[in-house]
Design a protein around this ligand. Sequence first.
Ligand code: FES
Ligand SMILES: [Fe+2]
Length: 433
Amino acid sequence: MLTAAENDLLTRTGPDTAMGQYFRRFWQPAALSEELPEADGPPIRLTVLGEELVAFRDSDGRVGVVDRRCPHRGADLFFGRNEECGLRCLYHGWKFDVTGRAVDLPNVPAGVRHHETVRLKAYPVREFGEIIWVYMGPEAGALPEVPQLEFGLMAADHRFVTKQLMACNWAQCMEGDLDTSHFSFLHMPAPQVPSNENPDAPADERRLKWIRKDPMPKFSILDHEVGFVVGGARATDEADEAYWRITQYSLPANGTGPSTLPGETYYGFTLVPISDESCWMYCYAWNPDRPLGDAERHKMAHEGHSIIAQTDAHYVPVRNKLNDYMIDRAVQKNRTYSGVKGLAEQDIMIQESQGPIVDRTRETLTATDAAVVRFRRTVMAAAAALADSGEEPSAPWRHQAYTIRPGSWFAAEGTPFEDVLMERFGHNRGRVA
Ligand code: FES
Ligand SMILES: [Fe+2]
């Protein structure tokens, strides 16, 4: 349980808030590269951490992420002309380059020094892993590097990248991912559907059976340079063996899927607040061992798979709050625990159902919420340290420490978590060389 003030600290990310200032110390995904597919193409509107922005790709292919309001009289630059290395306001033709410099002010008389003084607010931009990242932190001083998440280091044919709209606060999405115990309920078949008891059943069905049988995984958590790694151990059919689901949390809002066995595809995401009551979930799938196949890629792009929801052309989930996620009560009665199609949609439904900002003063936590509690403590302490004593976070500067993997593993019963991590990843926190 949190106090109302703590809940505000955790969930509010506007420019004048502690968490908002903390988020601004990290590169944030602002758009997918595919949203700006061509030089001099149409600009797009963005809202990041409550700030209304416009992004455009100039004649040289560089991306600008700038304030949406023209500094002359506030016209919306979304309607602007993207031409000859700059974005030109439609109202009186003022033109700005990707750095926000005024390159043409056609109605300003010669001798008036507006060219030197007028600037459009523009944020530094990088493209990494087919995502356009923006740095909204302090202007003075050096810039950190974009976090080197493993999907971004792969050749493009080894990964798939997209995003989906979440109609609730970022922190409850993060908590949903870290609470791997909910898998034993929300994502399961209906209770009367038998598990596949065949010991030679496909890996997916065996995993499902153990998750179902053990709704109280034992959690272990180990801190690392940019967050922590969580292991949930469940019983298997063998008395001397445990099934571990391991997930990574990295500051401020990166998570992963814990299911992957060696050789399988990995899943991860980065959350970015739009407002305090909505966020984008940038989702990525990657396979270090092989390129993703056409069928796999098609499924992720058009039907949804794992943490990736089926979305429309605007990245809005097809099964969403407005249509009650197309919940099918007959399916809920007879076939699946939720009656909602798609693992991602089940998560979205339940996270949004907690309310736009869940009231954490009214909750009752239990043992399997251990990672949720660690997440809150970690991120709230870091944001408070910056706000209260000006202590700059170190995580943004440890960009290489973001190359970490999640995954599943089987270990002898009683194996310490650190040893499980060594067995699975060859590193005691899941780092990849
Ligand atoms: S409002 Fe943009 S040029 Fe006048
Ligand atoms: Fe889930």
